[in-house]
Design a protein around this ligand. Structure first.
Ligand SMILES: Cc1cc2nc3c(=O)[nH]c(=O)nc-3n(C[C@H](O)[C@H](O)[C@H](O)COP(=O)(O)O)c2cc1C
Length: 200
């Protein structure tokens, strides 16, 4: 507030008018952010929305992440479909209100199996427009390309016209090897966040 007050004293009159209204806007922003957080942790606000969590996993690390994301989304009241890539159909994507997909980092990218699925999803291009999306990956080590892998997953969502979200300060959730407690917490947070965005 102090910053705004001191700005008001030096600003020309027309700017002063706008700046005087600023505290109201600030109150509004704070209020909606608090309300959003309240909604985020209120499982009583049941949802009729469906979140598809789709994963590829060879040795179980990405699968553990997917399960934690599903748990978080369910806690927030969402209906969740947890699907391994081999069993997923494009109809699953179309039916979902939000899609959270993930796979291991292979050579700094999504796995070939995931890429094949993504390439074929061109058949339903347009159907995923404006759905909410988020991504996760498991990798062998730091600086081994997990962020580029995440981004390859996000890019595909963007090409579909999806509205990509994440946790603040991250492209998505990343695990190094077997996800530890902190990573699993972040996975659950991502699930809760996506569920909260679907509330009207
Ligand atoms: C073919 C192959 C390529 C990989 N490439 C990378 C890589 O580029 N960077 C990395 O950090 N880890 C890499 N890894 C390690 C996996 O990302 C890591 O073991 C991951 O946790 C496996 O996930 P999953 O248990 O869900 O299969 C690679 C593993 C395989 C089998």
């Amino acid at each position: 507030m102090e910053v705004i007050k001191s700005f008001v004293t030096i600003a020309p009159p027309e700017i002063v008018t706008i700046k005087k209204a600023a505290p109201e806007y600030i109150r509004l922003i704070i209020f909606s952010s608090r309300r959003r957080k309240k909604q985020l942790y209120n499982p009583d606000l049941m949802l009729s929305v469906m979140i598809l969590i789709l994963y590829d996993s060879c040795t179980g690390n990405t699968q553990a992440m997917a399960e934690a994301i599903a748990q978080g989304a369910r806690e927030a009241g969402a209906k969740v479909f947890l699907k391994v890539l081999d069993d997923a159909t494009f109809d699953d994507l179309i039916k979902a209100d939000a899609i959270i997909w993930g796979c291991p980092t292979y050579f700094g990218m999504m796995t070939a199996k995931m890429k094949k699925f993504v390439d074929h999803s061109n058949d339903i291009w347009g159907e995923l427009d404006t759905k909410i999306g988020a991504a996760f990956t498991s990798s062998g080590g730091i600086s081994g390309g997990n962020e580029t892998a995440l981004f390859s997953l996000i890019q595909a969502m963007l090409i579909h016209g999806m509205l990509v979200t994440s946790l603040p300060g991250r492209y998505g959730v990343v695990a190094i090897g077997k996800p530890d407690t902190k990573t699993l917490e972040n996975c659950a947070k991502l699930g809760r966040r996506v569920a909260s965005l679907l509330r009207t």
